[in-house]
Design a protein. Structure first.
Length: 149
């Protein structure tokens, strides 16, 4: 991400800019850039796959610091679906996660929902909830909308 785009994302920007900055910070293991994406509110929350609900920036920061202790996280958001309004945005993504194991590099998937609010500082992440997923989830299940009259 260019310096100008990162500046826009951390100063204001759009929900899409904040999401891009969030995943780039994960890629680089940069806790300060990652936390700059979060709203400075007591009730922000994060749920890692299989983990407990973490509430507040202190708990969220500590959890990512523990994850970064083993190095950067190779996580890429794909297949985004989003709902946006004037002051909030909900992004649902499939996260492709690459991890190094004793038997070599492995690929896994999570389904994540990221919620953004427009704050006085610009768009900020207020909730991240990720659940374990499978490769089959990359084959999205969707159908034409059904309208009942």
């Amino acid at each position: 991400m260019s310096k100008a785009k990162l500046q826009a994302a951390t100063v204001g920007g759009t929900a899409d800019d904040i999401e891009a900055a969030y995943y780039e910070a994960l890629q680089h293991g940069d806790i300060d850039r990652l936390m700059a994406c979060w709203a400075d509110e007591d009730e922000v929350m994060c749920v890692h796959p299989g983990g407990p609900r973490l509430v507040g920036t202190a708990q969220i920061r500590a959890s990512f610091e523990a994850l970064f202790a083993t190095g950067r996280l190779n996580v890429k958001a794909e297949r985004m679906r989003k709902i946006e309004s004037m002051a909030s945005a909900v992004h649902n993504v499939i996260e492709r996660v690459e991890v190094m194991t004793e038997s070599g590099q492995r690929e896994g998937f999570t389904t994540a929902t990221n919620v953004y609010h427009k704050t006085p500082q610009g768009w900020r992440l207020v909730a991240h909830h990720a659940s374990p997923g499978t490769r089959n989830e990359m084959q999205e299940a969707s159908a034409a909308p059904v309208v009942l009259h």
